[in-house]
Design a protein around this ligand. Structure first.
Ligand code: PLP
Length: 495
């Protein structure tokens, strides 16, 4: 037997809190609330259970009745058919319960590496590798040959050696973790020299001065905001110096009267004093973006070649893989990082290793990389292809757009790689400029797009909605058209 909460519990409690006639009306209405047991007898309840499972269906029914009860006790008018109303709400609630926490979003912002939208979309090979790694047990920390325990670091290290030409490498939770670990393992309690022009903040909580201090190191800043010379580094070196740190000013540029010494010269200086040079590259692109006409983004290969001893970078920026932070460089230093107690706190799981391994494998062949890694494909796709995709989107929207709405293709340089990479570089792109009918505000259309299924993230500019085709994946075009048409429909009721 179900338990009628309304009759037995809450009705009395709330009746004691309200007064006069209202109390009588509320009491009556509360008595009209359907019992869960009664709702379960309805055919729709069975559908709900079949669709979502018994647990979620029951939870949804309870929440629906709870909602109704609160509205009645708050003095709002009770629906005529409480059972139908409870059922309808339960359906909505159950949809919400069954929905994935992470919902697909069509990225029409033109920002390729969009941290709020999950950064890089994985290559199909990487996705399949994750699925395989999760379907069964695997050799994450097992040496199958010897039947002994092994290290989870070995899998990706070999790949990093072959793709980057690094002597050693290790992977941690993200680049922030890799930098903190490098500092904690190699320089704790001692001074770390960094140029004032590189005391960067990368959004929110990652600020270089604080990272250095939180790693237990003493910040020793040198030079000026716009100009730092080799002699500034040299003058700061003393018996308590542990390392020199370079940080790639990912998301901003100092232009004009500026200078920083070349990495090779700083490396030479560091090594002359027996110090390691650490280089936080930020994005860490493995393919030569300049050769592809996109712009200059330093590679870990360049940095190692110039003499850096440890280079760190993200896995999910221009590398195009899963969230992680990669450190490559001298074996004895990488080894100290792996053995530091913090390493355990920031280690990666099997899904990350599987995805990164597959991504690095693709990166072994740059041509294949720009074809199959979505981040690289989006960054290097020829403008004609983007224009074609924008054209298809615009045509689909106009085919039966709401009266008064319009869509046309515009080209400009407004797309961005994002994620702090190639900061000053606007990528040429084609976008669909959508003007909503007069009865709909831009804000309302954008809201409908964000809350639809699939969700769409767009930009607004000059009283129009801008759908940038560079970041729209080819298989998303039809869904984007349908979502935009629905968002432009005047008759859609807004609740
Ligand atoms: C993005 C970035 C980081 C942080 O990397 P996460 O992988 O997000 O932790 C650190 N340094 C630089 C220069 C960056 O661009």
């Amino acid at each position: 037997m179900g338990y009628n909460w309304a009759d037995n519990h809450v009705g009395k409690t709330f009746a004691a809190q309200t007064k006069g006639d209202e109390t009588a009306v509320n009491q009556d209405n509360l008595r009209g609330l359907p019992a869960i047991s009664a709702l379960l007898e309805c055919p729709q309840a069975q559908e709900l259970i079949d669709r979502h499972g018994r647990g979620p269906a029951l939870a949804a029914l309870r929440s629906a009745v709870d909602e109704l009860r609160s509205e009645i006790t708050a003095g709002r008018e009770a629906p005529k058919d409480m059972t139908a109303s409870a059922m309808a709400r339960a359906q909505e609630i159950a949809e919400g319960i069954s929905r994935d926490a992470l919902r697909p979003v069509i990225n029409a912002t033109g920002v390729i590496i969009h941290t709020n939208l999950g950064r890089s979309v994985l290559a199909e090979q990487a996705i399949q590798a994750v699925v395989r790694a999760c379907r069964s047990y695997n050799n994450l920390e097992a040496d199958l040959e010897q039947g002994r325990r092994s290290s989870r670091h070995v899998h990706v290290e070999q790949r990093l050696q072959s793709v980057i030409g690094a002597q050693a490498g290790a992977v941690f939770n993200n680049n922030a973790a890799a930098i903190m670990l490098a500092l904690a393992a190699l320089a704790a309690g001692r001074e770390v020299i960094i140029s004032r022009g590189q005391l960067i903040e990368i959004g929110g909580s990652f600020r270089m001065p604080e990272v250095i201090e939180q790693s237990g190191c003493i910040l020793r800043e040198v030079g000026a905001t716009n100009r730092t010379h080799l002699r500034d580094y040299e003058a700061a070196i003393n018996e308590n110096t542990a390392a020199i740190l370079l940080a790639h000013p990912s998301n901003y540029r100092i232009i004009g009267f500026t200078s920083e010494p070349e990495t090779a010269h700083i490396a030479e200086l560091a090594h002359g004093h027996g110090l390691p040079l650490l280089d936080d590259l930020g994005s860490g692109c493995l393919v030569d973006m300049q050769a592809l006409g996109v712009g200059k983004e330093p590679t870990p290969q360049d940095s190692l070649g110039a003499g850096a001893d440890i280079v760190t970078f993200s896995g999910d920026k221009l590398l195009g893989g899963p969230q992680c932070g990669i450190a490559v460089g001298r074996p004895e230093l990488i080894d100290r990082m792996k053995k530091h107690p913090l390493a355990r706190a920031v280690r990666v799981g099997k899904m990350t290793i599987a995805a990164l391994d597959a991504t690095l494998r693709i990166l072994g062949d740059p041509q294949q990389a720009i074809e199959s890694i979505p981040t690289l494909r989006a960054a290097t796709e020829p403008l004609e292809t983007v224009v074609q995709r924008a054209g298809a989107i615009a045509e689909g929207i106009t085919r039966s757009a709401a009266p008064g709405a319009s869509a046309c293709v515009v080209t400009d340089r407004s797309a961005r790689t994002g994620g702090g990479s190639l900061a000053e570089h606007g990528l040429e792109t084609a976008a669909v400029r959508v003007v909503p009918p007069p009865s709909l505000s831009l804000g309302e259309v954008a809201r409908r797009l964000r809350t639809g299924e699939p969700a769409v993230y767009s930009r607004t500019a000059d009283d129009a909605l801008v759908l940038d085709a560079r970041t729209v994946l080819p298989h998303e075009v039809e869904n984007l058209i349908a979502a935009t048409r629905a968002a432009l429909t005047v008759a859609t009721p807004t609740i």
